[in-house]
Design a protein. Sequence first.
Length: 162
Amino acid sequence: QFRKLKLKKKFLYSALQQDVQAKLGADVTLQCQITTDEIISVLKWSRPDLNTDGYVYFYRNKRSYENYQHPSFHGRVKLRDPEMKDGDVSVTLKNVTFNDTGIYECHVAVRKNPVRSKRVHTEISHFINVTVTAILQYLEGEKKKKRKKHSTSCLQRSHLSR
């Protein structure tokens, strides 16, 4: 499922795109897991369609940077596991809206050595396509209620007109 490309002392892993359905107003977890014992130096969650307006989530040197976030994600995104145990770099997006529909990229850069060096490092990218939907049962129920009210009022009118 992963492709490995060697580019000038750098390894890049990329995965196929994953599809996720999210309900309007609910929280959704965007899963991203790396299988490495190396040190995570950078974690970037982004939406390519937002261009350079900021990240969904940005982490570097053992801390997150909210000032690098796109304004629409402020206060709505957190790591599922703040310690990122076992390579879990998933994030939870709270109170999703229709504007959250899109392709998300999880990009992780890891290094073998805690000291900054020009040694071989690994970069991993994972893509998630999120589709936000309304709760159909509720909408269908409301349509049925409206239809019943409408037909009842028609019957009442026809009864009163006699």
